[in-house]
Design a binder for this molecule. Structure first.
Ligand code: PAF
Length: 286
């Protein structure tokens, strides 16, 4: 594995791969890699001849109150894990390399609608930061395929939409969430939890599962289920930003005729903001 930190170095490698007609995959990450990321890497490794993984803690997607300074950075450890998985290139640029004119002066990518709701409402500017950096990474690596975790379900839809809207020749692939034995979705932010909070955290997934099971049983009282989900989280010691049931493609409020819905929640536990989701295909049940 080669570790590259500049755009021209990646472009040169990509040029050689393309000249040989090799397929290219990209797994964008912010590092602090866990089994969830490794699942993306493993799936990607099977599908393409050349695989690049990026590690960049993108300041543009963090708000002023967010955890940019404390976000875990573990490059040496991450790099060893990726080398074991036979990744071809680790792209680990600096902030200056990605935003040479400074972040404020840099062009931005906005995905209307999807970006302004749910996590976008609670973290203004977050999805502009994500969409901008992912567009840059797609332009630098020019992958045929790119992999993202379904845990960040709204992010996955934002990226899929931007790739379509901007006619990017890349397939955006979602990969199911990897969980701890008690259901907690793996996330770098779980490291912010105290031992007590860690014991409480699986309640987020439990509340989503409860709603998903009701949906599967034919319950369509979406509003009541959302209200109950929020109440369950509060009673369990979490501070929900939202607990919603949405159309799985558009994220519009779920309708009785929807074929596929997703139960999504974001909640604070101590210093950690946890997000998780459960997708339910209703069409199959009709
Ligand atoms: O999900 C993440 O780790 C980040 O939001 C991403 C997609 C790598 C963009 O910085």
């Amino acid at each position: 594995m080669r570790t590259l930190s500049t755009v021209p170095a990646v472009r040169s490698a990509v040029r050689d791969w393309r000249a040989r007609g090799e397929s290219i995959g990209l797994v964008p990450t912010m590092g602090n890699l866990h089994r969830g990321h490794m699942r993306l890497v493993d799936e990607a490794r099977q599908r393409v001849r050349r695989l690049a993984v990026s590690i960049f803690v993108n300041p543009m997607q963090f708000g002023p109150q967010d955890d940019l300074a404390s976000y875990p950075r573990t490059l040496a450890q991450d790099s060893a894990l990726l080398a074991e998985r036979k990744v071809d290139i680790l792209f680990a640029p600096t902030v200056e390399e990605m935003y040479p004119d400074g972040m404020e002066q840099s062009s931005r990518v906005e995905v209307p609608g999807l970006s302004d709701i749910l996590c976008g409402l609670h973290r203004p500017g977050h999805f502009v930061g994500v969409a901008t950096v992912v567009t840059k990474l797609f332009n630098i690596v020019q992958p045929d395929l790119a992999w993202f975790g379904e845990k960040d379900y709204q992010q996955l839809l934002v990226i899929r939409k931007l790739a379509g809207d901007l006619s990017m020749p890349v397939d955006v692939i979602g990969v199911p969430t990897v969980r701890e034995a008690d259901g907690l979705a793996l996330s770098s932010r779980n490291s912010y939890l105290t031992p007590d909070e860690r014991r409480t955290a699986p309640r987020l997934w439990a509340s989503l599962r409860q709603a998903a099971l009701r949906l599967q049983a034919g319950n369509k009282a979406f509003g009541a289920m959302e209200e109950e989900g929020r109440r369950t989280l509060v009673a369990g010691g979490l501070r929900p930003d939202y607990f919603v049931i949405r159309n799985a493609e558009s994220l519009a409020p779920a309708g009785r005729e929807d074929a596929s819905v997703v139960v999504m929640a974001a909640a604070w536990l101590g210093k950690a903001r946890l997000i998780d989701s459960s997708r339910v295909d209703l069409e199959a049940l009709r």
